[in-house]
Design a protein around this ligand. Structure first.
Ligand code: TD4
Ligand code: NA
Ligand code: ZN
Length: 311
């Protein structure tokens, strides 16, 4: 069934496991993610960025939003596993309202680059509208390092746990993304991977609510090797190691945003197939390996996060 993200995350919060939130831009990634969820009997959170809405809607975000709602609902309504659709990194008021209007389960208002009081106000505005429409809300505190909103901030600004307590009480958001040292993309750490577990622990103790980890891709070595075997150059790529990811779940992370790992799996499969099948030009054939590799990464992640058999 098509459900509200909050329902999925409240259960995960109570039982201390996490649910992956997988980004999509097209049909093929959605198919592969759904296949993984079916195989693992796991709840799924499908999420789209504002860029994905523009991409699918050919420049019209409301058309993109409604296309994604229709695609996800079609799968969700025909399956036993709970599936929610989330707007990821909503920054533009128009896009957030378009997602709510189209029928998204939840939206993120990402004003974490603003001073606290501005973040508070923007979040309160969205919570008021979203909750009136039965839509749940995610907000972010602190800043990811790396490229975020096209600003390459070398340093991440880590969450202040006391600020987090105040923020969630004031805004009544449904789930919170505390920045604890991750960053988006495939180049998360120069040296050793390190996250601020202490801050995470404090935020959980103070807020007791479902928490979100952004920049949570692991950069799966198996996929890097296959892709590089067939011409990719992913030198220097490094993600969140599985043991560190598991520790964040133990400490209270319940939603794990994953995009890069699926992108790398897809391109690895596509490169491999195209190199080995020069005569093929049927899209249902030449994207098969790519989709199977995405499904594999999805299934492994659902297992690792503990949401398998929780549908
Ligand atoms: O936190 C994450 C995932 O981080 P990851 O890079 O570790 O997978 N996300 O929020 C996904 C970010 C998606 C960015 O999408 P656009 O390129 O369309 O703007
Ligand atoms: Na999000
Ligand atoms: Zn993110």
């Amino acid at each position: 069934p098509y459900v509200n993200t909050k329902d999925i995350l409240e259960k995960a919060n109570k039982e201390y496991y996490a649910v992956a939130a997988f980004n999509i831009n097209n049909l093929e990634f959605l198919q592969a993610i759904v296949e993984g969820g079916i195989e693992k009997k796991s709840p799924l959170i499908i999420e789209t960025s504002e860029g994905a809405m523009k991409y699918a809607g050919m420049g019209d975000p409301l058309r993109g939003a409604s296309l994604f709602v229709k695609m996800v609902r079609e799968f969700a309504d025909s399956l036993d596993i709970p599936i929610a659709l989330h707007l990821d990194h909503g920054k533009n008021f128009k896009y957030i309202i378009s997602a709510i209007k189209a029928g998204y389960s939840s939206v993120m208002i990402d004003a974490s680059d603003k001073p606290l009081e501005e973040n508070l106000k923007a979040t309160k505005d969205i919570v008021r509208i979203a909750h009136a429409a039965g839509v749940s809300v995610e907000a972010e505190l602190g800043k990811l390092a790396g490229i975020e909103d096209n600003v390459a901030s070398a340093e991440s600004v880590l969450v202040n746990p006391d600020e987090a307590k105040y923020f969630v009480e004031e805004t009544q958001v449904d789930f919170l993304a505390p920045a604890i040292g991750t960053s988006h993309g495939a180049f998360k750490f120069k040296g050793e991977a390190k996250l601020d577990f202490d801050r995470l622990k404090k935020v959980k103790e103070l807020t007791k609510m479902p928490l979100v980890l952004h920049g949570a891709s692991s950069v799966v070595q198996e996929m890097v090797e296959i892709a590089e075997n067939y011409g990719a150059d992913f030198g220097g790529s490094k993600g969140v190691p599985s043991d560190i990811l598991k520790e964040t779940v133990r400490l209270g992370i319940n939603k794990v945003n994953t995009d890069t790992d699926l992108r790398m799996a897809f391109i690895a499969g596509l490169r491999e197939f195209l190199q080995n099948n020069p005569k093929e030009f049927d899209p249902r054939k030449y994207m098969e390996t790519a989709k199977s590799y995405v499904k594999k990464v999805v299934s492994d992640r659902l297992e690792l996060l503990g949401s398998a058999n929780k549908a």
